[in-house]
Design a protein around this ligand. Structure first.
Ligand code: CP
Length: 327
């Protein structure tokens, strides 16, 4: 069944995707439904549809990435766009070229869309204000990771059948996590009950205004939850003595088969990756049926196809010729 967004072809969130903060439940549902439509492309013999033929997407990642960058590249190629990856370490950034000069150069080369990851919060919004092409935030500092939150929503809906009313525990380094900030917004907006579980040092100041319950003990925080989302301990950002030691953190906050006994039956374990094995998660093979980590990666491609299509596709229904006209 074609959803309203595919039927109208209207991008639901303006020219850019910088944050999930402005996305209503209707828009979020529209993005997830669009991603659902694209899921089948990944199961075709020829994994391509022509909706972004003639468009060019540039990936510009100032921080390392496996999942986000590769999945944007695969998503764009499945939509028949041309994709260029610009690596700052092998570009004129190493000669001192500024962020603004770099993105203006990329736009002048003909980019229709730019996916940018940057260590500074607000960098994608800064460039979006100064470019005509579509800008997608691939993760900025501790601020936002919109497509991660969308693919997490998609994974939960796909595996659990719903989002509304679920109890979701986000465990770990909330303080430094753009994934947590984006997920809290989208999950709460879709009617999930969000708990944060972390030592006091890894909970951000001002948490009282967030739509969450805060727990400091793992066993209390995850009791009865339907989903537990473990976060990566960001050792590169958390070098300031936030935890006594990594082994102490793993003992108190690590997810393993014993801990999972406290979750609701059939509960899911998510992690945005990359996983510090033996720290946030141990013995995943013992609860493989409850781990959704590789589903998140797989679904991330369809979700990013939906985002690219909705931003850059202009509402073409060429990809869905058999679905036109249906509601
Ligand atoms: N989840 C995530 O952003 O992973 P990458 O850093 O590998 O892109």
């Amino acid at each position: 069944m074609i959803n309203k967004i595919l039927a109208t072809g209207a991008p639901p969130f303006g020219p850019h995707l910088l944050s999930v903060s402005g996305l209503s439940p209707e828009v979020l549902t529209g993005i997830l439904d669009t991603a659902e439509s694209f899921l089948e492309v990944g199961h075709q013999t020829v994994k391509k549809v022509p909706v972004l033929r003639g468009k060019t997407l540039v990936n510009l990642f100032y921080e390392s990435s496996t999942r986000t960058r590769s999945s944007f590249e695969i998503a764009a190629k499945r939509l028949s766009a041309d994709v260029i990856n610009v690596s700052p370490t092998q570009s004129s950034v190493t000669k001192g070229e500024s962020l603004l000069d770099t993105v203006r150069t990329i736009e002048a080369l003909g980019a229709d869309g730019l996916v940018i990851r940057h260590p500074s919060s607000g960098a994608p919004a800064f460039v979006a204000d100064r470019l005509r092409c579509h800008v997608i935030n691939g993760g900025d500092g501790c601020h936002q990771h919109p497509t991660q939150a969308l693919l997490d929503l998609f994974t939960i809906r796909k595996r659990m059948g719903r989002i509304e009313g679920l109890k979701v525990a986000i465990v770990g380094d909330i303080l430094h996590s753009r994934v947590a900030r984006s997920n809290i917004m989208t999950l709460a907006r879709m009617g999930a009950h969000v708990r944060l579980v972390a030592p006091p040092t890894l909970i951000p100041p001002g948490i009282r205004t967030w739509p969450v319950e805060v727990y400091h003990r793992l066993d209390e925080g995850i009791r009865g939850c339907d989903v537990v989302m473990a976060l990566r301990l960001q050792l590169e950002r958390a070098a300031g003595g936030y935890i006594p030691s990594v082994s102490e953190y793993a003992r108190l906050y690590g997810i393993n088969a014993d801990v999972l006994d406290r979750l609701a039956p059939g509960a899911l374990v998510l992690h945005p990756g990359p996983v510090n094995r033996g720290v946030e998660i141990s013995g995943e093979e013992g609860f493989a049926d409850r781990s959704a980590i590789l589903s998140q990666v797989e679904f991330g491609v369809s979700v990013r196809m939906a985002v690219l299509y909705l931003l850059m596709g202009g509402g073409s229904e060429e990809a869905f010729p058999d679905k036109g006209g249906k509601e």
